[in-house]
Design a protein around this ligand. Structure first.
Ligand SMILES: C[S@@+](CC[C@H](N)C(=O)[O-])C[C@H]1O[C@@H](n2cnc3c(N)ncnc32)[C@H](O)[C@@H]1O
Length: 234
């Protein structure tokens, strides 16, 4: 029986504290977040929260990633955060299906001075991933688009990750709805994805209760042993 959770429940005040003490100030990240709320108040919840954005920058730097891909651009917030972590010669491919969101993201990236290191690929992300050059490989990938597509994105990305490369997957707790007895389509898709990823012997994986739940998966080197057996979640 697992021990009782030790995680702190984040009240708004505690969240403010966490952000003010644990997130380096990036004026452009804050600006994009604020302008997205003004421009698209009904959709702004799709944007990664500020502490997650800071973690993405941190992970790109930590892994010394130079080739990064994200699935799900929206207005460019996570793209900015990923690009901020790249070295000068680094490149981010950002996949988005909506031309409206893509246009907004491009504008923000221009203003923030990161547009030169981001290529936005417009269209269904699975097509984009399928049509990448045969020799395209990535050091880090961030999956944050339509939830029913997650398993396909994962399967398309794993072969393209270099050994040791990191896949970051957003919304893996889906506001807690992953454990609903009768989940609706999106949390059901996330639940299927979580089980799929956990059983994948090509990766080492950890699920974090950051923001809406974040899975970090590191691609194993070929020929290394698979993870120990896990009890399979339903
Ligand atoms: C949760 S939002 C991404 C948020 C973004 N990562 C951020 O932090 O600002 C998901 C995005 O995925 C896009 N999307 C949905 N289905 C897609 C698909 N099949 N291919 C590419 N993008 C898709 C949506 O238009 C939306 O902009």
């Amino acid at each position: 029986m697992p021990a009782a959770p030790k995680s702190v429940v984040l009240t708004p005040g505690l969240h403010d504290y966490l952000v003010s003490h644990g997130v380096p100030a990036d004026p452009w990240a804050a600006r994009i977040a604020e302008r997205t709320r003004q421009l698209a108040p009904d959709w702004a919840h799709m944007q990664a929260p500020i502490e997650e954005g800071a973690l993405l920058t941190f992970l790109v730097r930590l892994t010394r990633a130079r080739h990064v891909i994200e699935v799900g651009t929206f207005t460019g917030y996570s793209g900015l955060c990923l690009a901020r972590g790249l070295p000068d010669e680094g490149q981010l491919i950002s996949c988005e299906i909506s031309s409206e969101w893509a246009q907004v993201a491009r504008g923000f990236w221009e203003e923030a001075g990161v547009a030169d290191r981001i290529e936005l690929w417009l269209g269904p992300a699975l097509e984009t991933l399928t049509n990448l050059a045969d020799d395209s490989t990535f050091d880090l990938a961030f999956i944050d688009a339509d939830k029913p597509g997650y398993i396909d994105y994962w399967e398309a990305l794993i072969p393209r990750m270099r050994p040791g490369g990191l896949i970051v997957v957003d919304n893996v707790l889906f506001s807690g709805q992953v454990i609903d007895p009768y989940p609706s389509e999106k949390p059901a898709a996330i639940r299927a994805f979580n089980t799929h990823a956990m059983q994948d012997s090509r990766v080492d994986l950890v699920m974090l209760s950051v923001a809406d739940g974040l899975t970090l998966a590191r691609k194993r080197s070929p020929g290394t042993a698979g993870p120990a057996d896990h009890p399979i979640a339903s």
